[in-house]
Design a protein around this ligand. Structure first.
Ligand SMILES: [Zn+2]
Length: 133
């Protein structure tokens, strides 16, 4: 029994996400400095608030829809990469700001999307790699 060629091809291209003809742009993770398809990385941008004290409040905001304007930076959905980036002050360098930004929301997001190894009790519900992301 053979599936039709066209349907088979489309399914393959959709399900993989690592076919280099369809991955699209390559970006660099500001944590580990490795290059990866943008679709494998989290995009985040710098949001600037004017605080009541007159200074700027900076926050790193996850751009899940990849449509926020301005300069963005990329990070693997991995707490290790986040820690590396923080230690190297890579956020300020990548997003061109000085001072301290609130990285809480970004850290929170990464914790939420990363799947810790060895703590899964339902393997069917938690694929260790999600190619569609
Ligand atoms: Zn990384």
């Amino acid at each position: 029994m053979r599936p039709r060629r066209e349907a088979d091809r489309l399914r393959g291209a959709r399900g993989r996400g690592v076919d280099f003809s369809v991955v699209g742009p390559i970006r660099t993770c500001v944590g580990c400095r490795k290059r990866a398809p943008a679709s494998d990385l989290i995009r985040f941008v710098l949001i600037r608030f004017v605080s009541t004290g007159g200074g700027d409040d900076l926050r790193l905001q996850v751009d899940a829809g990849r449509r926020l304007p301005g300069r963005g930076a990329h990070l693997h959905p991995d707490p290790a990469c986040f820690a590396l980036a923080e230690r190297r002050r890579a956020f300020g360098r990548a997003l061109r700001f000085t001072g301290v930004a609130d990285t809480g929301p970004l850290a929170e997001h990464i914790r939420a999307v990363s799947v810790p190894r060895g703590t899964t009790d339902d393997p069917a519900e938690a694929p260790d790699h999600d190619p569609a992301r």
